[in-house]
Design a protein around this ligand. Structure first.
Ligand code: PGA
Length: 231
């Protein structure tokens, strides 16, 4: 499987014009990329307006969250089906910022995962320890895990400019692998940039990256992808 480089734009940028500029620059930049795939996860409001090239397998869209119910009286929420209908292939679930600020519990995330899987979305489950994985994936069968992606994101590394060291990340990778099957891609996230990106693949053995801050700078994001492609 090609390495996945996921762009988590979080609550940025502030206008559609800016979002379009970033998106189109990335789109141009990944045109000739063969051995990596970029997944852009913008705020919901921009999703329907950003279109990857139809023929390209190097770029895809994802949501940053979804709700667990299919439809109805849930003010402010977005269903997996809505994301799917807008062309999203992936959805980030359980980002540590949502666990912290929105008080999302493992129980809620388990329901979100089940709903996303049912709709055929590929969930990118963010975790920072093994016990979260066990709780979040409760009663989700191997078959249902077919399109699951995991992202190890140590909170100390998120948005701090202080990434986890490659050796430490490698050890955590091994401990996560003891409880999830090899087939499930495992990404690293937390202060990834073009200088350290390749280490997480080459030295720490991850199958891709979840990129926050650096994904808003198209030049830097494309550089990350190119460096991964060389590995
Ligand atoms: P960062 O964020 O790359 O800005 O550290 C990563 C994330 O929160 O997914």
């Amino acid at each position: 499987m090609k390495p996945l480089i996921v762009a988590n734009w979080k609550m940025n940028p502030q206008s559609l014009i800016e979002a379009g500029k970033i998106f189109n620059s990335v789109k141009r930049g990944v045109k000739n990329i063969k051995n990596a795939k970029a997944v852009i996860c913008p705020p919901f409001v921009y999703l329907s307006l950003l279109k990857p090239q139809e023929s390209s397998s190097a770029m895809s869209l994802g949501g940053q969250n979804c709700f667990w119910e299919e439809k109805g009286a849930f003010t402010g929420e977005v269903s997996p089906e809505m994301l799917k209908n807008l062309g999203a292939e992936y959805v980030i679930i359980g980002h540590s910022e949502r666990r912290k600020h929105l008080k999302e519990t493992d129980e809620m995330l388990n329901k979100k995962l089940k709903a996303a899987i049912k709709e055929g979305l590929k969930p990118i489950l963010c975790i920072e320890n093994v016990s979260q994985i066990k709780k979040d994936l409760k009663e989700i069968s191997d078959e249902e895990r077919e399109n699951l992606v995991l992202a190890y994101e140590p909170v100390f590394a998120i948005g701090t400019g202080k990434p986890c060291g490659a050796e430490k990340a490698r050890k955590i990778n091994i401990s996560i692998r003891k409880i999830v099957r090899k087939k499930i891609p495992l990404l690293y996230g937390g202060s990834v940039n073009s200088k350290n990106a390749a280490d997480f693949i080459e030295k720490a053995g991850f199958q891709g990256l979840l990129v926050g801050g650096a994904s808003l700078n198209p030049k830097e994001f494309i550089e990350i992808i190119k460096n991964i492609e060389k590995v």
